[in-house]
Design a protein around this ligand. Structure first.
Ligand SMILES: *Cc1c(COP(=O)(O)O)cnc(C)c1O
Length: 719
């Protein structure tokens, strides 16, 4: 991008400011700190940690905050550390090379603007809640790795997503922490006049104003809109305060800012996207802004909205992530227009026509309004996020295409995947580099590459797995002591965690948003059978984590019930609940578990991605055949529970819990604990190899981005 007012100049100014605080030999740390590329470049995280691990963690792994708060003497010490300077030079060179590559244009008409309500890039940028955000973050990172011209658009939630604290009974409490924007690796974008770029969107009775922040995710800029401005009213400021706010009115205002404001912000920065990618329905109102521009270019005649949307359609593609009607948020029309009526009026669009376009049945005046129907209608392509989700989505949205049979509904799928350099632990990456060659990460979608996994000797693979489990156990020990003390457990019990959790046990993980359909409760369905599985010298230990949405009392109840069962088991250090699950915990957890569980009620898991992250680290999956696992499971590379849909949920739970315990007791445990003379579980490792071989090429984001470019972005468009 050559435009001078897209924040790149502001970024350079911020970097210069930080560089002036650093001793000369460390100056490169300034620009490195302002580009999240460091977080997935080999040696990046290690470099900051070796300056002062404790302070780096205290700074939330935010390098800008870390450097701004590091005492002068520590900076001077680092500046004379030869070894550190050599590693700094290597990191800078790797990053420079990545940033200097020529751009690979996706389509010739301009960059792809990827709009999403959340982005999970790094723990230090708390604008994500779970899978959707992490997927969006992985997407941006992979577009940078492939040098594609993509920009991200989202919101800067100043209080981010909730933090979790459990009380003694296991009931979840929430709190929020405000981020200090001055110390984020982000800059406020300024225009030609030197003032912050400012856009407005009419919301409620006023003009909601927002500034734009720029965050560099490798070569891909992420722009975040921020309504936390003095000129806004307290209510207006609240719009970018918290992610997935409980009030539908606030959410509507958020999605208006994201969709309408996002298009205006790009315009104000001089960026004209060739394509808008709506990731989930939240930003769908972007289509109105484009429609109104089409209308205005005609002198504002009273053309129908449907026709205007049809004209803008070539510029929109939509990815749906939600397999149930209830997951596709809808709004009462009166509420909708009390928040957004003026916006719609000022764009010269008709409220009635917008209502019709936002309903499944255009003519049903009593049907609430939703963003998914609007997004489907305004986009030239709609895709689901796994093959099975594609089937579910075609059936679900068939009513929008009344003249078509289910199979002909024009919704395809691009199966989700994860960013390998982010999710494969550094030690695994090094191991694979040894056996797959120095440049293996450039072609991770090539199955032939992954066949070389067979060349890794058992002993090396097993050592790598044991080291990852050991790191996880150490993290769990430290964190569980603190969690228990914080909720007021007995000091002795809290302290017992510090040398409990065993690095030699079969370690089983379950961590993700606590929504009831994820069925964490299946794990605790039959206490006696659970005890049989864990209470043994060669037993298992469970590590569980996840947050419930503040208003989801059913999910909170599931967590509380787990605490009750845990207490009853009387084996306090064989089941750990890690509080406040987020991106600072996830990499260690997915890498360190031997077995990763996913137990959704089918067909409600659109894709699921945490199991892919685990697989990349040589962990094995045991999952219900739903979402990605229908494509991933081949009979040899993990374990599966039947994924058919029934109309009797109680029976299904009973059946699935039994299947889970049977597999754990009769297959997983014996395979893990059957060892050869050297203590190596040869049969287990054969399965690990088969998992890496088969899942590596399919579920690394390189494959996913290739699919988006070839199947969604380019067909029918010049490039
Ligand atoms: C990957 C990830 C998720 C998604 O997990 P699923 O099993 O796909 O639901 C949620 N939260 C965090 C922090 C993640 O990294």
């Amino acid at each position: 991008m050559n435009n001078a007012y897209d924040g790149s100049r502001d970024m350079r100014r911020a970097i210069d400011r930080l560089a002036r605080r650093l001793p000369e030999p460390l100056e490169d740390l300034a620009w490195i700190s302002y580009n999240y590329l460091w977080s997935w470049t080999p040696g990046g995280s290690e470099l900051f940690r070796s300056i002062d691990n404790y302070r780096f963690v205290q700074a939330g792994q935010n390098p800008v905050r870390f450097l701004l708060n590091l005492p002068e003497r520590d900076l001077l010490r680092a500046a004379t550390d030869r070894n550190l300077l050599v590693r700094l030079g290597e990191l800078a060179e790797r990053m420079e090379q990545s940033l200097a590559r020529p751009t690979n244009h996706v389509v010739s008409s301009g960059s792809v603007a990827f709009f999403c309500a959340e982005f999970g890039i790094h723990p230090s940028l708390p604008v994500y809640s779970g899978g959707l955000g992490v997927l969006a973050g992985d997407y941006l990172k992979e577009t940078s790795d492939q040098a594609l011209d993509v920009v991200g658009m989202g919101l800067l939630y100043r209080r981010g997503y909730l933090h979790q604290r459990m009380d003694l009974s296991g009931w979840q409490h929430e709190f929020w922490i405000e981020v200090n924007t001055d110390q984020l690796p982000a800059v406020r974008v300024r225009g030609a006049d030197g003032l912050p770029v400012r856009i407005t969107v009419p919301v409620w009775e006023g003009e909601l104003a927002a500034h734009v922040w720029r965050v560099d995710v490798g070569r891909t800029p992420l722009f975040l809109l921020d309504a936390g401005l003095e000129e806004n009213s307290p209510l207006e400021r609240w719009v970018t305060s918290r992610l997935y706010e409980g009030s539908p009115e606030i959410r509507l205002a958020q999605y208006a800012l994201l969709g309408i404001g996002g298009v205006r912000a790009l315009d104000a920065m001089g960026i004209t996207p060739g394509l808008f990618h709506l990731n989930e329905g939240h930003p769908a109102l972007a289509s109105l802004e484009i429609a109104s521009r089409v209308a205005k270019s005609r002198g504002g005649d009273a053309e129908g909205l449907a026709a205007l949307l049809a004209e803008g359609r070539e510029r929109f593609v939509f990815t749906t992530h939600t397999p149930v009607p209830a997951g596709n948020e809808t709004y009462d029309p009166e509420q909708f227009f009390s928040v957004l009526g003026r916006s719609v009026d000022e764009m010269g669009l008709s409220r009635e026509q917008l209502s019709a376009q936002s309903r499944v049945d255009e003519g049903a005046a009593d049907e609430p309004l939703g963003f998914s129907p609007l997004a489907i209608r305004c986009s030239s392509s709609t895709n689901a996020v796994s093959q099975r989700h594609g089937e579910v989505a075609r059936a679900m949205w068939n009513p929008l295409f009344a003249d078509k049979t289910v199979d002909d509904v024009p919704i395809t799928h691009i199966t989700n995947a994860v960013h390998l350099p982010t999710w494969m632990a550094p030690s695994m990456r090094r191991l694979l580099t040894t056996f797959l060659g120095a440049n293996w990460e450039r072609h991770t979608s090539d199955p032939a590459l992954w066949r070389q996994i067979d060349e890794i000797p058992d002993v090396d693979l097993w050592q790598a797995r044991c080291a990852l489990r050991q790191q996880l156990v150490e993290m769990v020990r430290r964190q569980v002591v603190v969690d228990r003390l914080a909720r007021g457990e007995d000091v002795a019990l809290a302290e017992s965690a510090f040398d409990a959790f065993d690095p030699n046990l079969l370690t089983i993980g379950f961590a993700r948003r606590l929504a009831t359909y994820k069925r964490l409760d299946l794990l605790f369905y039959d206490v006696d059978r659970l005890r049989t599985i864990i209470d043994h010298e060669q037993g298992a230990q469970f590590i569980v984590a996840g947050k419930a949405h503040p208003l989801d009392n059913d999910a909170k109840e599931v967590a509380r019930n787990m605490f009750t069962v845990k207490r009853g088991l009387d084996l306090p250090n064989r089941v750990a609940f890690l509080e406040d699950y987020d991106l600072s915990v996830a990499p260690t957890l997915v890498a360190g578990c031997d077995l990763w569980l996913n137990l959704p009620r089918p067909p409600l898991e659109a894709s699921g991605t945490s199991g892919m992250k685990a697989a990349l680290n040589g962990s094995l999956n045991l999952s219900v055949l739903d979402g990605w696992w229908c494509e991933g499971y081949d009979g040899q590379n993990g374990w599966a529970i039947d994924g058919s849909v029934t109309d009797n949920p109680q029976l299904q739970d009973e059946h699935d819990a039994k299947a889970l315990y049977d597999l754990l007791e009769h297959e997983v445990k014996p395979l893990f604990f059957t060892r050869d003379a050297n203590g190596i579980p040869v049969g287990w490792l054969a399965r690990v190899r088969s998992s890496l071989r088969s899942l590596g090429p399919m579920f690394s984001s390189q494959r996913m981005i290739n699919d988006y470019v070839e199947q969604i972005y380019r067909p029918g468009r010049p490039y």
